[in-house]
Design a protein. Structure first.
Length: 581
């Protein structure tokens, strides 16, 4: 991203890419609105010429001509609708990838709620393009022309049209001002209730098993009722303006006929002009009424534009980086400090360590000590505010995220698999994945025999929710996924939390194999069995390093009287000699 380029600038740039399409819509709108004069002119000719002359030939010729002109108007109107829809599709297509990446990055930040709404914001903008609202924008500038034509018929008719149009415009501005806040509150409450419902679905098993259904339902219903009340209130307020506008427009058309009839009686106006004036007034005020009717969609698009612009501003596009060779499995951290957004207390402070090829490092500490945060730093999900983390001498941000992901294998604490086959999940959803590499990764994770027991083996389809797999099975498949691209560094966050004895043995065998291949392994652990293959240990306490060094040395230090950290590591851990420092 260029220096000073904001998310709003990106949105404007994407919109301006369709400037030629908007110009086409403008040109089509000229013909559409000019052809709107066909009806009034036809009425003038019928009442003032045909009825007076009683000429059937004139009536026939006028009717044929009018039919042709209305057909052309329909063609132009249809064409501009197709063009504006394609402008919207072009806008979305240009930003889809950028928004998806920004959403993914911010969603990976557990402290940032904005990422989840990015794609919905983009969709709300695109929906505006496919609605009648843009046509209103192109048609409203013609309202003064239609009112000017009414003035040409008679000044009194023009004054009535001008006053009516002014009142409608004032109603539109009042609509915008008075409904913005209640509509926004209603949508925010609805989204809050929807997010809570999504959380309930994810925790359905826990909720049902612990008898929390009634309490959770009561909370959701309270949220839902609040959202419904606010939605109804906003709808009532919007409805006042919509119905008032419609009633006023109909009244003005009738008033135009009444005033026109009065002028006809005074011999100041012809009957044809009276009818034409009523038609012109309806056409002049229709865009204003339509704009009020489409205003909720416009407000949603405005909020989407603002929210998406903020998301893109906070998440700059990835800069192009010079390709680096495949790194060695050498991790070195120097004084890493990580801060939570908007907080002054660091999650990690001054963390330093070094892991060399063929070495496994265990990270121990009580819950909340910063182990999972460090895992996310090692995989590039979190950027330190100070300090450096280097892979084979290069900081992690020198590798493009997708490239870094191929060098890193990661098994998070909460394992998730995507909807698809077991093979697709192991292959990280690659469309042209090598089948042999999939099997090799599963064998390296000691998950091959486990997968063969599934109904369709590697082709077993895992639906949304993955209800057919146990936590241990998911962890072993996740380990195979982590090993698929032959990574140089493997980060395992509580990898044996759901494993039985056989699964733990398979995990330890995989770790030994990775070390033998010259890979670096980092294991965040609570359970002693998880660090049995570790060479060095890093002990975290309140986000700071309390000890780092050879495994046995750190364990001895941890287990000294007065230094015992409850719940971290048990004395039952088998002791090994030395290890690499």
């Amino acid at each position: 991203m260029r220096l000073g380029m904001t998310g709003t600038t990106e949105l404007r740039k994407a919109r301006n890419q369709s400037a030629h399409l908007f110009l086409s819509v403008f040109l089509f709108s000229i013909f559409v609105n000019l052809l709107m004069l066909t009806g009034p002119i036809y009425m003038l000719q019928i009442y003032d010429r045909v009825l007076g002359s009683r000429s059937l030939e004139t009536l026939t010729a006028l009717t044929v001509l009018v039919g042709f002109l209305f057909a052309m108007m329909a063609v132009f109107d249809y064409a501009r609708g197709r063009v504006i829809a394609r402008a919207g599709a072009r806008f979305q297509a240009m930003l889809d990838g950028r928004t998806f990446n920004a959403t993914l990055r911010q969603s990976a930040d557990r402290d940032s709620p904005r990422g989840a709404t990015g794609l919905r914001d983009l969709e709300s903008i695109q929906r505006l393009f496919t609605s009648p609202a843009p046509m209103t924008f192109f048609d409203i500038p013609w309202t003064p022309l239609f009112i000017a034509v009414i003035f040409m018929l008679h000044p009194w008719l023009g004054i009535l049209a001008l006053l009516g149009g002014t009142v409608l415009i004032l109603l539109t501005l009042a609509h915008q001002f008075l409904t913005r806040q209640p509509v926004g509150q209603a949508q925010a409450s609805t989204q809050r209730a929807d997010r809570f419902a999504d959380q309930v679905q994810l925790q359905a098993e826990t909720i049902r098993s612990m008898g929390m259904g009634a309490e959770v339902r009561a909370i959701w219903q309270k949220m839902r009722s609040q959202a419904l009340d606010q939605t109804v209130s906003a709808s009532d307020r919007t409805g006042v303006f919509t119905t008032s506008t419609k009633a006023l427009r109909l009244f003005l058309q009738s008033a135009m006929l009444g005033l026109g009839a009065y002028l006809v009686l005074l011999n100041q106006l012809t009957p044809g002009a009276m009818i034409a004036g009523s038609i012109l007034l309806g056409r002049a005020l229709a865009p204003i009424e339509q704009g009020i009717g489409q205003w909720p969609l416009v407000q949603a698009a405005q909020r989407g534009w603002h929210g998406l612009g903020k998301l893109l501003s906070e998440t700059a596009p990835e800069a192009e980086r010079t390709p680096l060779p495949r790194p060695k499995a050498h991790l070195k951290a120097e004084q890493i400090t990580v801060m939570a957004p908007g907080e002054n207390i660091p999650l990690l402070h001054g963390i330093s360590f070094e892991v060399t090829p063929g070495q496994a490092m265990g990270v121990i500490g009580v819950s909340g000590s910063g182990k999972s945060t460090l895992a996310r730093v090692l995989t590039g999900l979190i950027q330190p505010v100070s300090g450096t983390l280097r892979l084979d001498g290069a900081t992690l941000d020198q590798y493009p995220p997708d490239v870094l992901g191929k060098y890193m294998g990661y098994v998070p604490q909460s394992v998730g698999l995507l909807e698809g086959t077991v093979a697709q999940n192991i292959a990280r959803m690659e469309s042209d994945a090598d089948k042999n590499r999939i099997v090799e990764a599963a064998k390296a994770a000691n998950a091959h025999d486990l997968i063969l027991k599934f109904p369709d083996g590697y082709d077993t389809f895992l639906p949304e929710g993955i209800g057919r797999l146990s936590g241990g099975q998911m962890q072993r498949i996740a380990l195979a996924r982590a090993l698929y691209n032959d990574p140089v560094v493997v980060v395992l966050d509580e990898p044996n939390s759901n494993l039985d004895a056989a699964g733990t043995a398979a995990l330890n065998h995989a770790i030994r194999s990775l070390k033998a291949e010259g890979k670096a392994v980092v294991i965040m652990a609570h359970r002693p069995a998880a660090i049995s293959e570790c060479d060095v240990l890093l002990m975290l306490e309140d986000g700071q390093s309390r000890a780092f060094g050879p495994r046995d040395q750190v364990l001895a230090q941890v287990l000294e009287p007065g230094r015992r950290t409850a719940g971290t590591i048990s004395p039952a851990v088998p002791r090994q000699s030395g290890g690499k420092a």
